[in-house]
Write a protein that binds this ligand. Structure first.
Ligand code: NAP
Length: 684
């Protein structure tokens, strides 16, 4: 009997009740499995995600969720061999699989790191500083993010069965939102294997991840305003799903990553013989052939100066001619097959459509060698380059996406025309510019950035380390306007926030400090009883405040500091010159002298739990300090972030330096590392 892919429903593997569609190898045409989701309780899956997955995830802090992702990434690294083996059946070469499998796992690592470094070890994320909205500061405001109390429904495309899942899953899990993943049918067998391994690892809590292999049944009927949909695929499907009556009536957040006619512009300076011309040829070749061109970010439109298009065709023909096509499992092969025979037929149709307005200058239906595979049974397609003579007046080259190793050269006569051509794509995920002229780069970026989600600027100086035109990175936003779907994913913490609700909260500074675990001006400032530097991380309380003794700044101090540091700037050393400065009446103290004196006033010199000062944030000098002025410091424990397992936590101190009239002369946050109880006891 045919193997059927499993569905992970309420933490159990179940098969659909129907016979299902047959999935075949993209390389040999051999039957791999059947896929079916008939009979699943889709409403129950959503409920399970909300009730079990969501509540389990929300018990964890952002840091704990980050640790969980790290453990998962490490576990998957240990199991990637079998994933690579199966990935070959999708038509992927080892290099393609590396992008999908290792690229996906590294996305988990990056989100893990971002969660632990850029988010608090807490359950609420503060969006920016408080907003002052009352005269006396007794009523204030703060924007916060909390996890949505629903499920993230992830509908993915067939081209990246692993990365496509993980790049959506990582930010959702960091946000504390469980996911229901629906991979595209044709390559779902690889996603299913990865989910089986994730499930077997036991690293994710119950309900955090469910899988549907097959149709989504009546899932959409059960959506609520707390659910989120992230879709990758064709524009038609996105539009259809976006109009579902539940999506509309419940205002379900819907992110779409769809078709994209991405362009790359060769600058007018990058003529044959320059490093940039060669880099361009290399980049276009890579984008056309990696993953057999089945990348949403691939270069579909090559915008090049009209004067050099003949040389460009010739160089690309040589470069594409070196690409060996065939069994992706072979070391001698550079480009594998498309994901299915149906996909190959579709690409053929699209090339025919493009050929109505462009001429095929390389590839097309010409016979080509297929290494170590049956050319008839596998979905192989030759890299195909077209040239459109009048791109400004041709519509098809800007609207027909051949989702394979296909690209069209569009000649331009002026930078304005290049900008216009790029914009005619009506919104794309990624654009690139290859030029060594920074002014050309600026004009092209300003002229086209509004049409792109991401832009890559390549020249001889950065090429060696460039990640390339078509590589979405977890740190950067992935998505684009218009035809690209209007969505945005990843982008570090930005991607996490898509699964959370932003709420403006207004109230007393004390209440808001308590909710956000960050001290706000106007909130309680308590006498800690002992010097706060004598307290361990656990003993310190937000709001603990030290008011120091005062110290006079003398002219000798300023003179000495100038000589000692070598900072002889006239405002500190020359009375007459300083008096001409519009900000000062005469010689003033160095800002860093104020900060140094402040440290001298607030530190506790004896050995104690404060381990180190690792920096200051937001330092501002509010008023000049003249000799004869008297300084005093108010130091308030503002925020605590435990670094679990390290023996310390980070403590941020709100620091205000005032003068004899209680006016603030300097304000900043001092950042320290403070030992935990356990660590402190172990050294005492
Ligand atoms: P598609 O037909 O739109 O399918 C995409 C996903 O939607 C698949 O999982 C598919 O499942 C699912 N789907 C289709 N109809 C559905 C429905 N009525 N209800 C729920 N789910 C439904 O796209 P495709 O042809 O497979 O993918 C190629 C396209 O994706 C290309 O145009 C490419 O540009 C785009 N793409 C975009 C990105 C990006 O990041 N922007 C990335 C990759 C691909 P089944 O497979 O089971 O039908």
């Amino acid at each position: 009997m045919q193997k059927k892919l499993g569905n992970l429903v309420r933490d159990q593997w179940v098969e659909g009740t129907g016979d299902g569609n047959i999935l075949t190898s993209a390389v040999s045409g051999a039957v791999l499995a059947a896929i079916n989701s008939d009979g699943l309780d889709f409403g129950g899956m959503l409920q399970h995600a909300r009730d079990v997955g969501g509540s389990n995830l929300r018990k964890l802090t952002f840091h704990e969720r980050g640790e969980m992702l790290k453990a998962l990434a490490q576990y998957l690294m240990e199991h990637k061999k079998e994933l690579y083996a199966l990935s070959t059946e999708t038509g992927a070469t080892r290099a393609d699989s590396w992008v999908d499998i290792d690229g996906g796992i590294s996305t988990l690592f990056v989100f893990s790191s971002k969660a632990r470094r850029e988010m608090p070890n807490d359950h609420v994320y503060l969006d920016g500083p408080p907003e002052r909205i009352s005269k006396n500061g007794t009523f204030t405001a703060q924007h916060i993010f909390t996890p949505k109390l629903g499920a993230a429904v992830h509908i993915n495309a067939y081209n990246f069965p692993c990365w496509g899942m993980l790049e959506k899953l990582a930010p959702a899990l960091v946000a504390g939102v469980p996911a229901i993943v629906k991979p595209a049918s044709s390559t779902a067998y690889l996603t299913e294997l990865m989910v089986r391994r994730i499930h077997a690892s036991g690293i994710l809590p119950d309900g955090a991840l469910q899988l549907i292999c097959g149709g989504v049944g009546d899932l959409f009927e059960h959506l609520t305003c707390q659910d989120t949909i992230a879709f990758t695929g064709s524009k038609n499907t996105a539009e259809f799903l976006q109009q579902h009556h539940k999506v509309v009536s419940e205002s379900v957040a819907f992110t779409a990553e769809t078709d994209s006619l991405n362009s790359s512009v060769l600058g007018p300076d990058a003529v044959p013989g320059t490093p940039e011309f060669d880099l361009f040829v290399q980049e276009v070749t890579r984008e056309m052939t990696s993953k057999a061109g089945q990348k949403c970010t691939a270069i579909r439109r090559i915008i090049a100066p009209a004067s050099i298009t003949d040389e460009l065709h010739a160089a690309l023909a040589i470069s594409l001619g070196k690409i060996r096509i065939g069994n992706p499992g072979s070391k001698d092969v550079d480009m594998g097959a498309l994901a299915s025979l149906g996909q190959r037929d579709e690409v053929r149709d699209r090339v025919s459509e493009l050929a109505k307005q462009a001429e095929i200058v390389y590839g097309g239906e010409r016979d080509f060698a297929v290494l170590e595979a049956d050319a008839e049974k596998g979905a192989f397609f030759m890299p195909t380059l077209l040239h459109c003579q009048k791109p400004l007046s041709s519509n098809l080259v800007h609207s027909v996406e051949a989702f394979g190793p296909v690209s069209t050269v569009l000649p331009y006569d002026s930078l304005d025309a290049a900008i216009e051509l790029s914009r005619l794509g009506e919104g794309s995920l990624a654009g690139s510019i290859v030029t060594n002229d920074d002014q050309v780069a600026r004009e092209l970026v300003l002229g086209t950035a509004a049409f792109h989600g991401r832009m890559v600027l390549i020249n001889r100086h950065c090429a060696a380390e460039s990640t390339g035109h078509g590589s979405p990175l977890p740190h950067l936003v992935h998505g684009g306007p218009g035809r690209a779907g209007g969505g945005e994913e990843m982008g570090g913490v930005r991607g996490v926030l898509h699964y959370m609700q932003r709420t403006a909260i207004q109230g007393s500074p004390q209440t808001l400090s308590h909710i956000g675990h960050r001290w706000i001006h106007g909130a309680e400032q308590k006498d800690p009883g002992v010097h706060p530097f004598r307290k361990t991380f656990e003993q310190l309380q937000i709001g603990d405040t030290l008011l120091t003794d005062s110290r006079e700044v003398t002219l000798d101090d300023i003179q000495h500091f100038a000589e000692f540091t070598g900072d002889n700037f006239y405002a500190h050393t020359n009375e007459e010159a300083a008096a001409k400065n519009p900000f000062f009446d005469g010689r003033v103290a160095h800002g860093y002298l104020i900060v140094s004196f402040a440290a001298g006033l607030f530190v506790e010199p004896e050995f104690g739990p404060v381990l180190a000062n690792y920096g200051v944030d937001d330092l501002r000098f509010a008023q000049p300090v003249n000799f004869g002025d008297t300084l005093r410091v108010r130091l308030t424990c503002k925020q605590k972030t435990l670094r679990a397992g390290s023996g310390y936590g980070e403590v941020r101190w709100d620091t205000e330096v005032t003068n004899q009239d209680d006016e603030i002369v300097a304000a900043y946050d001092v950042l320290t590392m403070v030992a935990t109880d356990e660590q402190w006891q172990s050294v005492n």
